[in-house]
Ligand binder design. Structure first.
Ligand code: IMP
Length: 190
């Protein structure tokens, strides 16, 4: 089957394509010639994923899914959450990390989770799938791989940050990897 992934992020497209079985042929927004930005105006990951999936479904009528993800920190009541990409207001991940470390300076709990939500519209029917990984935020950056908050996030059961792991390792255990596994099971059971 063909499935559109409503994302302009070619890294994510590549990452997800590598995990999907051959029977699911993933098309990116570039593949279908959709080059506009879709604004993420929702207040939850679910809302943003739904906005993106519905935008493409309304234009194409084809099977589609979209994702949204973020970092949720317990001591900050779930911030930066849905605003993870824009936490410091500059859109720069180094600034976001600096703000996060600063906000956590006097907090006891370092617990956090990365969460990814997929909204899928299959044969016109909408569903949501979620992947999550728990871990801790450390006080200084470690590692150079990955993106976003990877240098300050150590997943539970590991000693390295996401930015110290090779991408293969991260892509086996991440919130997105878990959501993709659920997506595969979901599609195979339709
Ligand atoms: P989006 O799902 O691409 O919109 O990601 C939202 C933001 O959440 C990113 O810009 C990052 O700040 C953060 N984020 C989501 N997933 C990850 C990850 O795997 N590592 C580090 N940061 C992430």
């Amino acid at each position: 089957m063909e499935l559109i992934f409503a994302s302009h992020n070619e890294n994510k497209v590549k990452e997800i394509r590598a995990i999907l079985p051959e029977s699911i042929h993933l098309l990116s927004l570039n593949d279908i010639g959709f080059h506009e930005e879709i604004e993420e105006t929702g207040n939850t990951l679910e809302e943003n994923a739904q906005i993106k999936a519905e935008t493409i479904y309304n234009q194409t009528g084809e099977n589609v899914f979209a994702d949204d993800s973020g970092l949720f920190v317990d001591a900050l009541d779930g911030a930066p959450g849905v605003f993870s990409a824009r936490y410091a207001g500059t859109g720069n991940s180094k600034d976001n990390i600096r703000k996060l470390i600063d906000e956590l300076k006097n907090k006891e709990s370092r617990n956090a989770s990365f969460q990814a939500v997929f909204c899928i519209i299959l044969n016109g029917k909408i569903d949501f799938l979620k992947g999550e990984i728990n871990g801790k935020i450390i006080q200084e950056e470690k590692g150079t791989d990955g993106f976003g908050y990877d240098p300050v996030f150590i997943p539970d059961g590991y000693e390295k940050t996401f930015a110290e792991m090779d991408s293969e390792m991260k892509n086996q255990i991440s919130h997105r990897a878990k959501a993709v596994q659920k997506l595969i099971t979901f599609i195979q059971n339709i």
